[in-house]
Design a protein around this ligand. Structure first.
Ligand code: UAG
Ligand code: ATP
Ligand code: API
Ligand code: MG
Length: 486
């Protein structure tokens, strides 16, 4: 594509050189440059891409998009100076792939918890209704059933446009994606054309990155601030920040809630281990999904479908057939009658929600054993909070490793244990090896007891010092319960 076509709608400060050159590829990483590449230099959390401009030219870059021109100008290279490189990259990426999101109805879901669940359920609903759809999620990327590798909750903007463009070619009509706060803050969604923006909730997470809760809220709010007038914005009014999120949005506003008046409402009539009976927008509705948080997720999915103009009866019929998302309150009953619950709760709020859900359903004639840990190189302030919740709300809490990454697992666990209230000290154990922790839980459990294995959900690895070792909570629970005849 010609450089001038790629730069259409990019806010330019200065151009040095020829804009008629033919660009063969676009990259933001100097290590991936080939001949004829346009390199976008952007500053990051570790290094500044501007420091790699020279290297990228040596590797074949013929155009540099940057915020500051280098001191030395190469006469064979075109320099495009912009105010913000990552926003420019978003617009260039859209142009490169012929603006695919203008041809799709794109739904973006943001919030601390519930993004994967809500986006996956929305994808499953739309597909079951017969609409070809794209899903971009933490667990998987699906283009009308075809799976692509997924490494981030919100991939980079080049990958996103590439996938959306393939989706358009395959005839997809809808796209649903998770929008993470990192993604918003780093402009990984710049230039995308959203039809609906959804806010689920905001609680404690990622303060290592955003520093303060106010900055974290600001990052999420930016998504709604930037939605166009033609878009719809849907918020959860039961969340303290549900109103604030949309207050500066030009989009048409809608709301959902369980506890207050809203455009879309639901009420839990029955909540059991095998499902829930809901009153959804005035209609009784049975779902195999469990727990209040899933009532929110289902209500959000229902609202999205209605806002997309799909018939209510059809939506309810297909919605009631949707099953749990992998690793989200996934239950496994062993031959000895012990119930394991595998859940991705990795924030204090999610852990509290899951424990509350279990408390509301259990008979209390049984023990609840919670196995939990906290990730390394992630928000450390979550650790004592999660330790406190697990010990307070279970008969036994076993603290164990959850992707220690570059950190010492023992040190992470000390920070988790530090949150335990003194009256509950005798309810906790520390078993650093996750498999040993699960084994101990099964050894101590009897028929009818519940083991909550939290934090890793669908993950199939344990990341230690840069190496991902195979580890799967569900698989391990199945294997050990069998081995122990439990
Ligand atoms: C903290 C963070 O989000 N980092 C992301 C960010 O990297 P960065 O800003 O650190 O990049 P950097 O290394 O400083 O480099 C700056 C620039 O120089 C370029 N560079 C760098 C080196 C070089 O030799 N040449 C070169 O050109 C880089 O390509 C980049 O453009 O931009 C990269 C490219 O898009 C991401 O891969 C990377 O994700 C890292 C791996 C990551 O772990 N991110 C997590 C925290 C994340 O994004 N998580 C959220 C979900 C969180 C949640 O809600 O639970 C997600 O959306 O997945
Ligand atoms: N609507 C919700 N409100 C609060 N907690 C929820 C909600 N939905 C799910 N959870 C809890 O949070 C965990 C993570 O859910 P999910 O993966 O859907 O969230 P996410 O926002 O995609 O997370 P991530 O940011 O890590 O991608 C679940 O395992 C469950 O414990
Ligand atoms: N998207 C989240 C997932 C955390 C999952 C937990 N298992 C961990 O590794 O901390 C993150 O990267 O912070
Ligand atoms: Mg997710």
């Amino acid at each position: 594509m010609k450089l001038k076509d790629l730069l259409y709608k990019v806010e330019l400060i200065e151009i040095i050189g020829n804009v008629d050159s033919e660009i063969l590829s676009v990259e933001f990483d100097s290590r991936k440059i080939q001949k004829g590449t346009l390199f976008v230099a952007q500053s990051g959390t570790q290094v500044d891409g501007h420091d790699f401009i020279q290297k990228s030219i040596e590797s074949g870059a013929i155009t540099i998009v940057c915020e500051r021109k280098p001191e030395e100008i190469n006469p064979n290279v075109t320099y495009v100076v912009v105010a913000n490189s990552s926003i420019a990259l978003g617009i260039i990426a859209s142009n490169l792939y012929d603006n695919p999101t203008e041809k799709l109805k794109l739904i973006g879901i943001t919030g601390t918890n519930g993004k994967t669940t809500t986006s996956t359920l929305t994808y499953n609903l739309l597909e079951s209704l017969g609409y070809a759809t794209v899903l971009i999620s933490t667990i998987r990327i699906l283009v009308h059933g075809n799976e692509y590798p997924s490494s981030h909750t919100t991939p980079n903007i080049l990958t996103l446009n590439k996938i959306f463009s393939e989706a358009v070619q395959k005839g997809c009509e809808f796209a649903v994606m998770e929008v993470s706060s990192h993604g918003i803050h780093q402009n990984r969604i710049a230039g995308l054309h959203f039809q609906i923006g959804v806010f689920s909730n905001i609680t404690h997470d990622h303060l290592d990155y955003h520093k303060t809760f106010a900055e974290y809220i600001k990052a999420k709010k930016k998504f709604f601030d930037e939605l166009p007038k033609s878009a719809l914005a849907l918020t959860n009014l039961d969340d303290k920040n549900g109103v604030v999120m949309l207050q500066n949005s030009a989009a048409k506003r809608y709301s959902y809630a369980l506890k207050t008046d809203a455009d879309f409402k639901a009420k839990i009539l029955e909540n059991q281990f095998d499902g829930m009976l809901l009153l959804l927008d005035g209609k009784e509705f049975w779902t195999p999904l469990i727990g209040q948080f899933n009532a929110y997720n289902l209500l959000a999915v229902y609202s999205i479908a209605i806002l997309l103009g799909i018939d209510q009866e059809e939506v309810l019929t297909h919605l009631s057939k949707l099953k749990n998302v992998d690793g989200r309150f996934q239950t496994f009953k062993s031959q000895g009658g012990i119930v394991a619950i595998i859940d991705y709760a990795h924030t204090p709020d999610a852990l509290e929600n899951v424990l509350n859900t279990i408390q509301n359903i259990r008979t209390r004639n049984e023990k609840l054993i919670t196995i939990v840990g906290c990730g390394g190189d992630r928000d450390r302030t979550k650790r004592p909070e999660m330790g406190k919740m697990a010990a307070r709300m279970s008969e036994l809490a076993i603290f164990t490793s959850d992707n220690p990454r570059s950190e010492d697992p023992e040190e992470i666990l000390k920070e988790v244990e530090a949150g335990v209230e003194p009256q509950f000290y005798n309810r906790t154990l520390k078993i650093t090896d996750r498999k040993e922790a699960i084994k101990t839980a099964y050894k101590m459990a009897e028929k009818g007891d519940i083991i909550l294995i939290a934090g890793k959900g669908h993950e199939t690895y344990q990341e230690i010092k840069g190496v991902k070792h195979h580890f799967d909570d569900l698989e391990t629970a199945q294997e050990l319960s069998n081995q122990l005849n439990k």
